[in-house]
Design a protein around this ligand. Structure first.
Ligand code: FES
Length: 115
C-alpha cells in the first residue's frame, strides 16, 4: 500500500490516496480514479501535457525510476529532463524530478505529486 499525495494550485487542498501495491496502474489512472485534475491529452506518453513533479517521501530506496523511451523523449522536448538526469536514473537509480503521469507506474512507495 502506497500513499500518493497530490498537491496543486488547481485543488482546494492536498489529497492523499492509497494505491494498492502490485496494481501496476499509472499515476494518471490513479488521479482519474480519485477525480484529481491532472491535465492530459494523449494518454500515450507523446504530448507531455501530463508532466508532474514526483518526490519520493519514504526513506526506502526509490522504486519507480525507469522511464519509458516515450517518457524520455516527451520530457526532453518539454525541457523537463536533461540527459544527465536520464543517465542518473539509469545508472545511479536517482529518480528524475519530472515524470509523465500517463507513463509512471505507481509502486509500493509514498510519493508527493505536484502539478
Ligand atoms: Fe500525453 Fe501523458 S497525456 S504524455
Amino acid at each position: 500500500m502506497a500513499n500518493v499525495t497530490f498537491t496543486s494550485p488547481a485543488m482546494k487542498k492536498d489529497l492523499t490516496v492509497y494505491a494498492i501495491a502490485g496494481d501496476n496502474g499509472t499515476l494518471l489512472a490513479l488521479a482519474q480514479a480519485n477525480q484529481v485534475p491532472v491535465h492530459f491529452e494523449c494518454e500515450n506518453g507523446e504530448c507531455g501535457s501530463c508532466a508532474v513533479q514526483v518526490s519520493v517521501l519514504s526513506d526506502k530506496t526509490p522504486m519507480a525510476i525507469s522511464l519509458t523511451e516515450k517518457e524520455k523523449t516527451a520530457l526532453k522536448l518539454a525541457g523537463k529532463i536533461t540527459q544527465a538526469q536520464i543517465t542518473d536514473a539509469e545508472v545511479n537509480d536517482m529518480p528524475p524530478p519530472w515524470r509523465l503521469a500517463c507513463q509512471y507506474i505507481v509502486r509500493d512507495e509514498d510519493i508527493l505529486v505536484k502539478f
